[in-house]
Design a protein around this ligand. Structure first.
Ligand SMILES: [Zn+2]
Length: 407
């Protein structure tokens, strides 16, 4: 067979292979092939194995001696379309100004909403494309993007259209999620806004695959409101996600299990029953340690407990201007290891194959297997433990997306 690209002599080729989301012991196994080789034809992987005995000819041969080769990162939770930034708020927080006071001074999420409403589609697209350039240079090859900074039909639609345009223009693959129920917009009552979101679901359906909600104390959405909105979304054919148990324990993890959501995300305050119910229902738990790091609350999701109890985890940035202004998956792995005691191999599986499960893309991406899309990273690291260990730098030397080398 004549290949387009042959990568050989990788000190570790991490396949991250799994038939179901990786849990417990399997999560510790990144599927290492020492002295590995990988063959690419068109946009697909056609060979993954040992370098010994490989005798394919290829248009391009890449020598990966002393390098790790692994699947591209999948950032399965972001809010990447927004205008403005909130560094002034960050400085106030460092000086001890409470969040409610920052809100009163016109900061916080509603500030982002106002700026995003005012921005044109072209402006938002230009910003998004820059962010996607940064992501791909850091190794992210697929990203989930939520709306949620419009809080009215017009702007929510605009955000998802921008994500769609970027998907067509940029090499990164984008999965779209409707998050109209992010928070309560100014000048609306809760009751009216819940009805507004429900009636928008039908109109937004062509633009989004998932429906998400911020289930939390006021001004966010209660368990009852979450049931109403997500049930209506499910009936229209949306797959479900939830911002769950981030700031308090509302038993929304149990609800995610009951509603058979694809994932429940955050989970800082998840209960033992929540862990058990989610594991039983096959809901993926998405942990977002960059948020706790940036908010400096020190309350990380109990990743060890979740892993030990058989709950499949994925790792994401939650990239957004307020609670995690970083699109760097390598940094998230470094924080997850240090603050949640994830092992490097676990953090890698959580950022690849399990993250693919969190966005229902496990059949196409997330592992290095014959037939899967050629979304591949070559990293300047001899073994996988080194990646989160040497933190704060970019280990990515080469990104291959859909079988094409990204320059
Ligand atoms: Zn989020």
């Amino acid at each position: 067979m004549e290949l387009d690209i042959l990568i050989k002599n990788a000190s570790e080729l991490l396949t991250c292979k799994a038939d179901s989301p990786k849990v417990r012991e399997k999560l510790r196994d990144p599927g290492i092939i020492e002295n590995g080789a990988l063959g690419i034809k068109d946009d697909k992987i056609v060979f993954a194995g040992k370098t010994e005995g490989v005798n394919f000819s290829a248009d391009k041969v890449i020598d990966a001696t002393n390098k790790v080769v692994m699947p591209g990162f999948i950032d399965c939770h972001t809010h990447s379309v927004f205008a403005g930034s909130r560094e002034k708020e960050f400085v106030k927080k460092l000086q001890g100004v409470p969040y409610l006071e920052i809100l009163k001074q016109g900061g916080g999420i509603l500030d982002t909403v106002e700026k995003t409403r005012k921005a044109t589609k072209e402006e938002l697209l230009e910003k998004l494309l820059k962010r996607l350039d940064r992501m791909i240079s850091l190794g992210t090859t697929t990203v989930e993007i939520k709306s949620g900074y419009g809080l009215n039909l017009e702007t929510e639609k605009k955000i998802l259209e921008v994500a769609d345009l970027a998907d067509k223009r940029h090499p990164i693959s984008i999965v779209k999620t409707y998050l109209g129920a992010h928070t309560l917009p100014k000048g609306k009552t809760k009751k009216n806004y819940v009805e507004e979101v429900i009636s928008s679901l039908d109109k937004i359906k062509p633009y989004a695959e998932f429906c998400d909600i911020f289930c939390e104390k006021e001004p966010n959405f209660s368990i009852e409101e979450t049931i109403k909105i997500l049930t209506a979304a499910k009936n229209l054919g949306y797959k479900l996600k939830m911002h769950s148990e981030q700031l308090s324990q509302l038993r929304s993890a149990e609800l995610a299990a009951e509603l058979k959501a694809t994932s429940a995300d955050h989970l800082e305050y998840i209960s033992d029953t929540g862990i058990h119910e989610m594991a039983k229902a096959g809901v993926i738990g998405v942990v977002l340690p960059g948020v706790t790091f940036h908010l400096m609350t020190k309350k990380y999701a109990p990743a060890r407990e979740m892993i030990n109890n058989g709950l499949a985890l994925a790792l994401a940035t939650d990239y957004n201007p307020g609670t995690c202004p970083s699109e760097n998956m390598q940094l998230m792995m470094s924080i997850a290891c240090r603050e949640m005691k994830m092992l490097p191999a676990e953090a890698i599986n959580c950022s690849t194959i399990n993250a693919a499960y969190a966005i229902s893309r496990e059949k196409e991406i997330g592992s290095l297997e014959v037939g899967k899309k050629a979304d591949i990273l070559i990293l300047n690291a001899r073994d996988h433990d080194y990646i989160p260990y040497h933190f704060g730098i970019n280990h990515v030397e080469k990104v291959i997306k859909n079988g094409k080398i990204i320059e």
